[in-house]
Design a binder for this molecule. Structure first.
Ligand code: HEM
Length: 434
């Protein structure tokens, strides 16, 4: 008899209970064996296939799944991901955020920024709250609302460049410049060097690519070119304060001390990546999502007033940022699974965003769905996306204008995915508008 069976009988289990639990155990072992073959968290080709059924099995059979190759726990249920995000006193952001941090056993995110720079996303309270307070005022609903007419102008200018019948490269021509022009507005930049801003945003998010350490170090060196540009921008504001976000960073103080130069630079580089890349990937995926769901696309064409709920449903469906890591500060439990101090957990947002315990028909795209409960795409709690209101408005305004100006389109070539394990991203989406 198995040793655990003897223990079960000693504890007074009936044979029905014991064989029931053996059955559940073997189911779980079967699930884990299946998942070991099918679930490749750190392999970009896994996301290029059809990961949705694997997410469903994870939620059902192994919601706190041990992923041996990276020695971490993968969370796939909405409530567990929300719990971890909302409990920074138990789950730290300081010892690695992205899968490559674990693969290379050092913080790629921290490597990206100069050694003396403090890092907003990779910090814990109380310091995190002090850093966050510095820029949170730039993202209030009032400020974001006043930006709407300017953002609409950016969207219409870009969309008016489209000539029906002439193929365009959707990612390069539209999805890349749109959020970077919006960020330039927000930060008070002239908006005349979008290719540079794009390079620096891409450099920062290279943390999600399958690079060698040497390749990554070369990117870190390249990123330092942005220091000269932002240094010049700060110098201009020192001479002539402009009341924009960069002037705010110059004036900001924590406990009577100004931010050091490299921390100001970190804020700028980080905003380019956080705001520039995520929205780009949402827009690139959105066109492909419309092609896959023509009836939902038609619904939006007929009623652009749905753009607001559509923005949130597309965020849930697409999940541009696919997950972040936390490290347990002390022993704890998730769904009865013991998590040791120092062990890592990974919040797999796209799996949580299809949790059938949270949304009726979670596996159905419904552009009229009310965003309550809120999807996981902006995270939750301590590090909740600061640009969420801005991103929502940016996407809504864009959809409203797209549905009026160029509602119908077709692929003009084969889309090509980006090899990222951090973003749900496309490098190329050739399209032609009708
Ligand atoms: C589709 C658009 C976007 C998505 C999907 C997205 C997603 C996220 C996620 C998941 C986090 C949480 C990370 C964590 O918990 O560790 C986050 C944080 C953050 N995001 Fe966004 N984001 C978007 C747009 C933006 C924009 C437009 C900005 C700014 C212009 C922005 C600025 C930030 C900042 C500053 C943080 C860090 C907050 C902190 O650590 O306290 N994001 N974002």
């Amino acid at each position: 008899m198995r040793r655990d069976a003897l223990r079960a009988f000693r504890l007074g289990c009936t044979s029905v209970q014991y064989f029931g639990s053996v059955f559940t155990d073997s189911l779980r072992e079967g699930a884990v064996a299946f998942l070991d073959d099918e679930f490749r968290l750190d392999d970009p080709s896994f996301y290029a296939g059809d990961p949705v059924p694997v997410y469903a099995r994870l939620r059902a059979e192994a919601p706190v799944h041990r992923y041996e190759p990276l020695d971490l726990w993968v969370l796939s249920r909405y409530e567990d991901i929300r719990h971890v995000s909302r409990t920074p006193e138990l789950f730290s952001s300081e010892s690695g955020l992205v899968l490559n941090d674990i693969k290379y056993d050092q913080s790629m995110v921290k490597m990206l920024f100069p050694p003396d720079a403090e890092n907003l996303m990779a910090s814990d309270p109380p310091r995190h709250r002090q850093l966050r307070k510095i820029i949170v005022t730039a993202f209030t609903a009032k400020i974001v609302n006043t930006m709407e007419p300017r953002i609409r102008r950016i969207a219409t200018t870009l969309l008016d460049r489209i000539t029906p019948g002439e193929p365009i490269e959707w990612v390069e021509d539209i999805a890349v410049p749109y959020p970077l022009l919006v960020l330039s507005e927000l930060m008070g930049l002239p908006g005349d060097n979008i290719p540079d801003l794009r390079t620096w945003a891409d450099d920062t998010t290279a943390v999600g690519l399958p690079l060698t350490q040497e390749e990554f170090e070369a990117i870190v060196r390249d990123l330092m070119n942005s220091a000269a540009y932002f240094g010049e921008q700060f110098a201009q504001r020192q001479a002539c304060p402009a009341g924009d976000l960069l002037t705010g960073l110059l004036d900001a103080q924590i406990d009577g001390e100004r931010l050091n130069e490299v921390t100001r630079l970190m804020f700028c580089q980080f905003l380019l990546a956080a705001g520039g890349e995520t929205t780009r990937h949402l827009l690139s995926n959105a066109l492909l999502t419309f092609l896959d769901h023509p009836e939902q696309h038609e619904l939006l064409i007929n009623d652009p007033g749905l753009a607001s709920t559509a923005a949130d449903e597309l965020l849930r469906w697409i999940t541009p940022a696919m997950g972040f890591v936390r490290t347990a500060k002390q022993e704890t439990e998730i769904r009865g699974q013991h998590i040791g101090a120092g062990e890592r957990v990974y919040m797999l947002y796209p799996a949580g965003n299809r949790d059938e315990e949270i949304w009726p028909a979670a596996d159905k795209l419904d552009l009229a769905r009310e965003p309550d409960p809120m999807h996981l795409s902006f995270g939750f709690g301590e590090h909740f996306c600061m640009g969420a209101a801005l991103a929502r408005m940016e996407i809504r305004v864009f959809l409203e204008e797209l549905m009026v100006r160029h509602p119908r389109f077709a692929l003009a070539g084969e889309p090509r995915r980006q090899d990222s394990v951090l973003f749900n991203a496309w490098e190329s989406v050739p399209v032609v508008f009708g």
